[in-house]
Ligand binder design. Structure first.
Ligand SMILES: Nc1nc2c(c(=O)[nH]1)N[C@H]1C(S)=C(S)[C@@H](COP(=O)(O)O)O[C@H]1N2
Ligand SMILES: [Mo]
Length: 257
């Protein structure tokens, strides 16, 4: 039965994803072998669904230094408007700290220095924004699984929710947030990035840390992370669907490419 449910979930994602991807423009997807396979009429649907299930552990394509975009643009917020964030930025984030709590055995709060002291990973990947641009950048950060090993998620923890610093309304009532499931949270390329192209992560790209979840679209790559909470269901975080753009513009929660 679990198998059946997994298949159904996957099929739903696949169909929902195909809708989103149609808007993106197919040229960006030509490197994605499974996507091409899924669209082709060659394979049976169930075979393709199986391919997708096993693809959950697959790596996003990594590139070489020569492929890097000369300039990684900023999109969405380029400087959070809150006084709290601007005070932290003024001090080079010395007083910033990330709290990781929710459904974990050991909630912790880590300073930027403590995060940077954990094992790191560097990867050159392509970022695809639904607004119609892509860029290849080099990211260095702490793999999220390193942080999860410290907090020890409880068995009922099913999603990681990233709360960001930037208010999306003038009155500050709604802030950017995003969420991913535990498959993506434990994925080898998923990281809390603090460097872009060998430099300290610039404010315009999400300082002091931003999420990289490489097999998903740009809006999942939460910038200006202030808190990370593990939850059982996404509706535990209010009326939301698990992300700012998911709530306000109907974007797909699973934005896999
Ligand atoms: N906190 C926060 N995260 C965010 C956004 C934002 O406005 N605020 N924009 C998203 C979108 S739509 C994209 S394409 C990328 C842009 O990342 P960049 O500014 O490094 O290019 O960040 C995503 N993460
Ligand atoms: Mo985006």
């Amino acid at each position: 039965m679990a198998h059946q449910t997994d298949r159904r979930r996957f099929l739903a994602r696949l169909l929902a994803g195909a809708g989103t991807l149609a808007l993106v423009g197919c040229d960006k997807l030509s490197n994605s072998e499974w996507f091409t396979n899924v669209l082709s009429t060659g394979g049976s649907l169930s075979k393709n669904v199986h391919r997708l299930i096993s693809a959950r552990k697959s790596m996003a394509q990594e590139f070489s230094e020569a492929d890097m975009s000369p300039n990684f643009r900023s999109n969405g917020t380029s400087l959070p408007s809150s006084a709290e964030y601007q005070a932290l930025a003024k001090d080079n984030f010395r007083d910033w700290a990330l709290t990781i709590d929710g459904l974990v055995e050991k909630p912790i709060t880590l300073t930027l220095t403590q995060i940077q002291a954990l094992p790191s990973r560097t990867q050159i990947t392509r970022h695809d924004c639904v607004e119609g641009w892509s860029a290849i950048g080099k990211w260095t950060g702490t793999p999220l699984h390193e942080v999860l090993a410290l907090v020890k998620p409880l068995p009922q923890a099913h999603f990681a929710v990233f709360y960001c610093a930037d208010p999306m309304q003038d009155d500050g009532s709604q802030k950017y947030y995003e969420s991913i499931d535990m498959d993506d949270a434990y994925h080898a390329q998923t990281m809390l990035a603090y460097k872009l192209n060998d430099e300290t992560l610039p404010i315009k790209n999400g300082a002091p840390i931003r999420l990289r979840v490489e097999r998903q679209l740009g809006y999942k790559q939460a910038k200006y992370i202030m808190r990370l909470a593990l939850v059982e269901k996404l509706d535990h975080i209010g009326e939301g669907k698990g992300g700012y753009w998911e709530d306000s513009a109907g974007y797909e929660w699973y934005a896999g490419i």
